[in-house]
Design a protein around this ligand. Structure first.
Ligand SMILES: O=C(O)CCC(=O)N[C@@H](CCC(=O)O)C(=O)O
Ligand SMILES: [Zn+2]
Length: 332
């Protein structure tokens, strides 16, 4: 049944099975693309876990990864020990195999959002689902892993974005991420309206945006490289302590500047296939914008992440980031 849920969701088929049993709990279909898994009994270490994918519809590897996780739980190979909210974000875009239909869903997660249209309506629905899930499981620590893949290659193919919010990231998260074979961490210094920021800002969740390789169609993803990530999701789903590794094996970066597109006449001045985290030296011309003029690297070298000239006017067209020290290691 759970393994079919992904196919039904992709096909848009109505389902009469709104609730059903699992070997170690039960599932509830809360809305299209929103599934809750409830264990018979949460373990002592269980966290209230939100695992989201397809916030961008062409990012299929995370959907396949979640499919593997659900299959393990359904087969009884993995005992469920924590409440899990599984979300497939942008269903029409997932069916169409494109990033979004009208506007980027991952820029809309703000309370009081009043815009009309498919993506704003879905953002409101997903925020309400997350609010209700964390309220139902207030005894458990909130956690949200929002799973993506990147548009281009990367010097670090698997990395996380740590959203900016008052809640501090628990030191153990770095050890879990290192064991899950994440290769880099990018620390945001400004609030954003992404889904992971929403859970961190409004719910104090331990939250990250994961970039798990490069965008590819279903069946063309390198899931072998995501096996350690599947182990992390599995440990959290079973309410057990995840594997740990030294955070120092990851590269740490922080955002220094954002490139914003401010004019129709905007283009990036480096090759389209430039990988994420490529470094550019002082003085390098990065972009030309009809309003802002030339955008150059100033005095210190910067690495470019998520460059994308094809964004709406006013939107982020890239991040300029600098290397930073790993967080202090302690044993929390
Ligand atoms: O590869 C790209 O240019 C975009 C990949 C992607 O969708 N990234 C997320 C990051 C969200 C964040 O900054 O936390 C996004 O742009 O929404
Ligand atoms: Zn994405």
């Amino acid at each position: 049944m759970l393994s079919e849920w992904l196919d039904w969701t992709l096909e848009g088929a109505p389902t009469s099975h709104r609730q059903g049993p699992l070997p170690s709990g039960h599932y509830t279909l809360l809305a299209p693309g929103v599934l809750e898994l409830t264990p018979f009994a949460p373990t002592e270490n269980a966290q209230a876990c939100v695992f989201s994918a397809a916030i961008h519809g062409n990012e299929t590897a995370p959907v396949e990864l979640i499919g593997d996780l659900l299959a393990r739980i359904e087969a009884g190979v993995l005992p469920l020990g924590a409440p899990i909210l599984v979300i497939l974000g942008n269903l029409p875009a997932l069916r169409a195999g494109q990033r979004f239909m009208t506007t980027n869903l991952n820029r809309l997660f703000q309370r009081g959002l009043s815009a009309a249209g498919h993506e704003p309506a879905r953002a409101r629905e997903l925020m309400a689902q997350v609010d209700a899930f964390y309220a139902r499981h207030a005894k458990q620590t909130p956690l949200h892993y929002d799973l993506h893949t990147a548009i281009r290659d990367s010097c670090y193919p698997r990395f996380v974005v740590e959203p900016h919010a008052d809640t501090a990231t628990e030191p153990r998260q770095w050890r879990w991420l290192a064991a899950a074979d994440m290769q880099a961490v990018l620390h945001q210094r400004e609030p954003s309206d992404t889904f992971s920021h929403y859970s961190k800002h409004y719910h104090g969740a331990q939250a990250f945006t994961f970039e798990l390789g490069r965008v590819a169609p279903f069946g063309h993803n390198d899931l072998a490289s995501l096996a350690p990530m599947l182990e992390l999701l599995s440990a959290l789903a079973s309410g057990q302590a995840p594997a740990q590794a030294a955070p120092e094996q990851m590269a740490f970066f922080r955002v220094a500047h954002e490139i914003r597109r401010q004019a129709e006449d905007f283009h990036l001045c480096f090759a389209d296939d430039t990988p994420n985290f490529t470094a550019f030296g002082p003085g390098t011309l990065l972009a030309k914008d009809g309003q802002q003029g030339d955008i150059r690297v100033l005095e210190t070298p910067l690495h470019v992440v998520f460059p994308n000239a094809d964004v709406e006017i006013g939107a982020r067209a890239g991040l300029l980031v600098t290397s930073s020290a790993p967080p202090h290691n302690d044993n929390q």
